[in-house]
Design a binder for this molecule. Structure first.
Ligand SMILES: [Zn+2]
Ligand SMILES: [Zn+2]
Length: 506
């Protein structure tokens, strides 16, 4: 029987590369382990400083964030001080499956994060059936008539948004089991779609590795400041349990396509303890500019903030304008103050802080002139940030302050933060000090105990591929042109390059 797919792509969202390699070697992930023997494989690099929100759009477009312009779930709208949620439809470059579709290829796409359902003429596209941080528009399918069938056969995702304050071992155990169940259902859904057969390119992504890493890192990492053996006694290591379930799912899908197909597997980015100071960055910038310490207003504010995060994502989406008004009138909303600030924090997830300079000619009420004044301001601000010490560890708070313009090139560079703050993430941050600014304290109030690290892994296996480790790191932007070239299509106008010539057997 011929293979149901010529190219099978499997993504494992935010499955940490070091854990994969460690657990594969220990025999815990047998299918991933066998790929280390049979595939060309290596380490991937993701967009520096912006990778958390840019990695999947960079994967599926093959271009840098300075071109596709998507790096966070909410972004500053250029030409204003307004921050708005970003829809997948705003990604400013086409996904590679649209090019394959135009070339007459039959393509299936399942749950690639941050996408909308493409109208693939001879294919199918399932969006957010079960993914981490789904878009507010929720589960969608193309052809649309598939959606009801999928719900009937495979159910719907009861988890939706994984963020919640879990405290007991039983809550973490139940969460682990829900994720494992979702892995099994995702495997069944993918197998069902695969069985429709004759796919030139079949793309599916497991996201449970992402959810479990954010929510359960402190049950995995016994050096984490929230590690509690009483929770581990009941819930075990949920990270390992979920990775093992995904490995089983991978095995099942690989068996279906056999050895004649090309397989591309991608573990997108990593996970480590959630130690950073992004939650303090706005206060840091205010204090550097000489503002007095922010008064802790009502003690109800943190409570209200925690309650807000517990609301379903859809409710939060529609209630956001009302909340913003209330926060503005209380003086809590950052945008109420940005026009008079020289620099201000912009959303960029948590792993790197994002800073916008209030630039004359670009921002509506810009205060810093372009050219020399901008350069000098950036240098002075970088020096100020590098002077902070994390009092808990005694180490510098900031490893580096990077300029987006030094890292990226593209028509949409103006969408990106000007500066990217690379935190020293060796210890939790609660109190920081610099000689210029004095002491600043704060508390991280979100539920996540794990957060991202930049490197990932790729594996490519197939009849024409020479197995072995590639020493050189490859860019995540190389994967779309590689997948396309394995189906016989050359992607035009991308920043990545096909890896096929490097890994093809001579
Ligand atoms: Zn994440
Ligand atoms: Zn999640």
């Amino acid at each position: 029987m011929s293979s149901p797919a010529k190219v099978l792509f499997i993504g494992i969202d935010a499955a940490d590369k070091d854990l994969i390699l460690e657990w594969a070697a220990a025999g815990e992930l047998p299918h991933l382990n066998s790929l280390l023997e049979t595939a060309a494989w290596g380490v991937t690099q993701s967009p520096v400083g912006l990778y958390v929100g840019a990695i999947w759009p960079s994967f599926y477009t093959g271009v840098s964030p300075a071109r596709h312009a998507r790096y966070c779930y909410e972004q500053l709208q250029p030409g204003s001080y307004e921050v708005k949620p970003v829809s997948p439809r705003e990604v400013k470059h086409e996904p590679f499956w649209d090019a394959l579709n135009r070339a007459g290829k039959r393509v299936a796409v399942i749950d690639v994060p941050k996408t909308f359902a493409s109208r693939l003429s001879n294919g199918l596209h399932i969006v957010d059936w079960g993914s981490h941080d789904p878009d507010v528009s929720g589960f969608a399918a193309w052809p649309a008539s598939m959606a009801a069938d999928i719900e009937k056969q495979f159910g719907i995702d009861n988890l939706h948004n994984c963020n919640a304050f879990r405290t007991t071992g039983e809550e973490f155990r139940d969460f682990r089991d829900m994720l494992i169940q979702r892995v099994r259902q995702k495997t069944a859904l993918s197998a069902w779609c695969l069985d429709q057969g004759d796919w030139d390119c079949f793309v599916t992504v497991f996201s449970e590795s992402h959810c479990v890493g954010h929510q359960c890192w402190h049950l995995h990492d016994d050096r984490h400041y929230k590690y509690d053996p009483r929770l581990v006694e009941i819930a075990g290591d949920p990270v390992k349990a979920v990775y093992k379930a995904i490995d089983e799912g991978i095995g099942e899908l690989i068996r279906k396509v056999g050895d004649d197909a090309h397989l591309v597997l991608f573990a997108s980015h990593g996970m480590g303890p959630h130690y950073d100071a992004t939650f303090m960055l706005d206060e840091i910038l205010r204090r550097v500019e000489g503002d007095p310490p922010r008064q802790r207003r009502a003690s109800l504010v943190p409570l209200a903030s925690a309650a807000w995060k517990l609301l379903p994502q859809k409710v939060r989406h529609f209630a956001r304008p009302v909340r913003r008004k209330a926060r503005t009138s209380l003086g809590l909303e950052q945008s109420a103050q940005t026009p008079r600030r020289k620099s201000f924090r912009v959303p960029n997830n948590d792993a790197y802080g994002g800073i916008r300079i209030n630039l004359a000619g670009r921002e509506p009420k810009g205060l810093i002139a372009p050219g020399r004044e901008y350069d000098e301001f950036c240098e002075a601000l970088s020096r100020d940030l590098l002077a902070f010490i994390n009092v808990t560890s005694g180490e510098p708070l900031v490893k580096a302050v990077l300029r987006s313009a030094d890292l990226y090139e593209g028509d949409n560079l103006h969408y990106l933060p000007d500066l990217l703050v690379e935190w020293n993430r060796s210890a939790p941050v609660e109190e920081i000090y610099s000689p210029n600014t004095g002491t600043i304290t704060g508390t991280y109030r979100k539920c996540r105990t794990g957060d991202h690290t930049p490197e990932g892994l790729f594996f490519i296996r197939g009849p024409s591929i020479a197995p072995g480790q590639m020493q050189e790191q490859v860019s995540v932007m190389d994967l779309a042109p590689t997948i396309a070239s394995l189906t016989g299509v050359e992607l035009a106008d991308v920043d990545g390059r096909s890896l096929a010539p490097l890994i093809t057997a001579q």
